[in-house]
Design a protein. Structure first.
Length: 265
């Protein structure tokens, strides 16, 4: 029998490997997950939907339709589609989906990990992000926003990781974050993770820490991250950022594919 070095055994049991469920050295208890193993509509015990034209002057109309959000072949598929229809007073030319855990589950502190493959086309704006569950009481940005991943199609080879608070936000041009060069991100699945502590937020891309936002102890306007936040997975089209260079609707349909979502505390 081949002898395996003790050092290798110790090393492999301490650190998370890509896509594994091995214990993290701090956040070692899996408290919530969706592995997307049952075909059909997303699990209604875990996910709600945003519907309609929601924000940022985006082009897509968010629906609850299976054509826009479904589980198939072990993945969550969020699909943006070109279509023309009238819903009430709204004329819809692009439909998509935005899944949220609001009303189902939220968290304060922990490791939130998402393995996903994004689309890239002119006008695309996929995102994995979080908002404070108290948004209806205090509004944005006082509720706090955590952007675990954003990509805009006119700048395809860059991933964006940001936070927004009342004093640090893009409206004031004071938001904190990092822009990471990532050639052809649409070609592969990547793992996006947030490790959320009382004193800091650490952002990870494929296991590498790429940005830290620290609690400066200046109060809620700077650090609202001592309260629960819920998770959002969405594929937007156009809008104030995604549509800055135009939108190629001929590129539709396009899919954002999510392998899993896991939350550890």
């Amino acid at each position: 029998m081949k002898t395996i070095p003790l050092l290798f055994i110790v090393f492999s049991t301490i650190f998370l490997t890509s896509g594994s469920k091995q214990k993290h050295k701090v956040f070692n208890r899996l408290v919530w997950s969706d592995e997307f193993n049952i075909n059909g509509l997303p699990d209604s015990s875990k996910w709600n939907y945003e519907t309609g034209f929601v924000r940022n002057n985006e082009m897509q109309y968010y629906t609850k339709n299976i054509e826009n959000a479904r589980v198939e072949d072990g993945n969550l598929v969020i699909e943006a589609r070109s279509e023309y229809k009238v819903i009430g007073n709204d004329t819809v030319r692009v439909s998509s989906a935005s899944l949220i855990t609001a009303g189902k589950q939220d968290w304060t502190y922990g490791r939130i990990e998402v393995k996903a493959k994004i689309p890239v086309f002119l006008g695309s704006w996929p995102a994995i992000w979080m908002l404070g569950s108290n948004i209806n009481e205090v509004d944005w940005p006082a509720c706090g926003e955590i952007d675990m991943m954003e990509n805009v199609g006119f700048e395809p080879d860059f991933m964006h990781f940001n936070i927004h608070t009342k004093d640090y936000n893009h409206m004031k041009r004071t938001n904190k974050g990092r822009k990471l060069s990532t050639p052809s991100p649409q070609n592969d699945y990547h793992i996006y993770a947030l490790e959320w502590f009382p004193e800091k937020l650490d952002f990870y891309f494929d296991g590498k820490k790429i940005f830290t936002f620290k609690n400066e102890g200046k109060g809620n306007d700077f650090w609202p991250y001592d309260k629960p936040q819920y998770l959002i997975l969405n594929l937007a089209v156009g809008g104030s950022w995604g549509g800055q260079k135009g939108v190629d609707t001929n590129a539709l349909p396009q899919k954002m594919v999510v392998d899993y979502v896991r939350v550890y505390q």
